[in-house]
Design a protein around this ligand. Structure first.
Ligand SMILES: Cc1cc2nc3c(=O)[nH]c(=O)nc-3n(C[C@H](O)[C@H](O)[C@H](O)COP(=O)(O)OP(=O)(O)OC[C@H]3O[C@@H](n4cnc5c(N)ncnc54)[C@H](O)[C@@H]3O)c2cc1C
Length: 401
């Protein structure tokens, strides 16, 4: 009898959690199923590069998980029933629906773009939070003639990376950036100055203190009535979680994230763990962790180690997840590494220029490598044997009946 662990979503956090669980537990004790609609790992932190026309290294899960015992199910999750402990999936490429039963669930469905309900976004704006979205934008940009206007809405990390990447790759386009506040207002003085310099050099027109309230086919309108002409609008004002958890009895935040404790276990349903963008955990000073790989990957390590410890009756480890830096690419030749406090506030120090671009590149490469090597760099722990009574609760219940 095996303990059935179902992991939903094979992004940075789901893939890491599945791989790490497989390393921590004996294969004969657990059945680990990883549900994802695509056969390749998507390096989401590089989707602005994909949109700008660069090709990303293919990373098939069949290679990443070869020999680990993790079973990849190519399917889309359509519903989760945390009271019956089932997940409904629709199999990719076929009409079939299937119900998966679990003893432990790891919910890692990530997030999509957040259009904030602004009129016209659905019809006229592009998004880069998903591979299909980035590919659609790539096609649209490739078809644009010299001099045509593009506006990136959102002055956060994703907006900065998108605007600079597009402007660097297509210097012939007229790229603008609309930011709600001042450009890079959360950065250190050094960080802000460098950002301003790069943005100016790339010829990006910056509209600061500009909240976009409508998107049309030929541009966007701001709350003060200003219009910014655009043949292509890229919307990057933040991420929103998928509505699947909303239809469950799980305890959620107002934004629909699953509320978890310090071990990434749902505070309402102990069989459920949630990690990454889909979960709300707190970090230093009780501040909610930001939707990011930077905190999502340690969340996945923590969840996998807690599940393995609880199943094997060993001490549950608990680590504080903290921040060290914000790594921002500003095209391929420039970057900005803003060092931050444990709770993500900018320190005075920042790394800039080509060194920062290289540093960021290493971080991205390391993140993808870490998905395929989810226990690298950690103290080596032997695989542990799962307690007999937790192997399958379904089996225990069947015996009791
Ligand atoms: C352009 C861009 C740049 C970024 N840069 C950075 C950065 O530099 N640093 C940083 O820390 N963060 C960055 N982020 C944020 C980071 O990518 C996310 O926070 C991170 O990917 C979250 O990981 P996750 O595993 O929770 O979700 P994801 O990586 O989004 O993975 C979710 C997975 O679930 C799958 N899925 C979704 N719905 C379903 C369904 N219904 N059924 C089955 N599977 C489903 C998806 O296909 C995906 O594989 C960036 C994001 C973007 C878009």
């Amino acid at each position: 009898m095996q303990h059935r662990i179902v992991v939903l979503g094979a992004g940075y956090t789901g893939a890491v959690a599945a791989g790490r669980l497989a390393k921590r537990l004996h294969r004969e004790d657990v059945a680990i199923t990883l549900v994802n609609p695509e056969p390749d790992f998507v390096e989401r932190v590089r989707l602005h590069q994909l949109a700008a026309g660069q090709d990303l290294v293919p990373r098939p899960f069949s290679e990443m998980f070869a020999g680990t015992g993790v079973e990849l199910k190519l399917a889309k999750v359509t519903a989760v029933d945390v009271d019956r402990r089932t997940v409904t999936v629709s199999i990719v490429g076929g009409p079939a629906r299937e119900e998966l039963e679990y003893d432990t669930l790891v919910y890692a469905l990530g997030s999509g773009w957040n259009d904030e309900g602004v009129p016209g976004t659905g019809e006229h704006a592009h998004e880069i939070s998903s591979r299909p979205g980035a590919l659609r934008l790539r096609e649209r940009l490739a078809a644009l003639d010299t001099g045509r206007p593009v506006v990136v809405v959102g002055g956060g990390l994703t907006g900065l990376e998108a605007a600079t990447e597009i402007a660097e790759t297509r210097p012939d386009l007229d790229v603008a950036l609309a930011a709600r506040g001042a450009l890079g207002d959360w950065l250190s003085e050094k960080g802000r100055a460098h950002l301003r310099k790069v943005v100016d050099e790339l010829g990006i027109r910056v509209h600061e203190h500009t909240a976009v309230t409508a998107v049309e086919a030929d541009g966007v309108t701001a709350d003060d009535g200003t219009t910014i002409p655009a043949e292509v609008t890229v919307w990057t004002t933040g991420f929103a979680v998928h509505p699947i958890a909303q239809a469950t009895t799980l305890e959620l935040t107002d934004r629909g994230q699953i509320v978890v404790d310090s071990t990434m276990r749902s505070v309402s349903h102990p069989d459920v763990y949630a990690v990454g963008d889909a979960a709300m955990a707190t970090g230093p000073n009780d501040k909610p962790l930001r939707m990011s790989c930077a905190s999502g990957v340690p969340m996945a390590w923590q969840a996998a180690d807690a599940i393995a410890a609880r199943l094997t009756d060993t001490k549950v480890p608990s680590v504080t997840i903290r921040y060290f830096q914000q790594c921002i690419s500003l095209g391929r030749k420039e970057g900005l590494i803003q060092f931050v406090t444990a709770d993500d506030r900018a320190k005075d120090s920042a790394l800039t220029g080509r060194v920062a671009a290289l540093y960021k590149e290493l971080i991205c490469k390391g993140a993808a490598w870490g998905v395929a090597n989810p226990t690298a760099g950690m103290p080596s722990r032997r695989r542990r044997t799962v307690r007999q009574e937790t192997r399958s609760r379904a089996g225990v219940e069947a015996t009791a009946a």
